[in-house]
Design a protein around this ligand. Structure first.
Ligand SMILES: [Cu+2]
Length: 125
């Protein structure tokens, strides 16, 4: 192999490793909420064929507000349920619906549509 070929091969391998690492990390870490001026840990969750983001990271002991925006008409996603927090809400299409609760214990909590087909995870640290 010439030096050029070695260089190109190395670069190609490096970018594959980087892309794999990037998506793996992004999936693992989830989306951290931002603390807004209202004192809530807030995040916008898009509802369209699933939840985006589907892994949300918050800190325990601080109130959380997740703003769900449903951008589809499929009946599957018309409700979101946080069973562990006894919270659920109807999600009319095109409207932002806030869900507020106080996560007081660290852990991992699932949220889902009423049939459990769409799933997301809340990680409380
Ligand atoms: Cu569903």
């Amino acid at each position: 192999m010439t030096h050029d070929k070695i260089f190109v091969t190395t670069l190609g391998l490096a970018s594959i490793v980087f892309i794999a690492w990037f998506f793996w990390m992004a999936k693992k870490q989830g989306t951290r909420t931002a603390v807004t001026s209202s004192g809530y840990q807030e995040a916008l969750v898009l509802v369209k064929g699933g939840y985006t983001p589907d892994v949300i990271v918050v800190e325990h002991g601080k109130p959380v507000r997740l703003n769900f925006l449903r951008e589809e008409s499929a009946s599957c996603s018309e409700m979101v349920v946080f069973a562990d927090f006894n919270k659920s809400a109807q999600l009319p299409e095109g409207q932002t619906v806030p869900i507020e609760f106080l996560p007081d214990k660290p852990g991992e909590y699932e949220f889902a549509c009423q049939m459990g087909m769409f799933r997301g995870k809340l990680i409380v640290e």
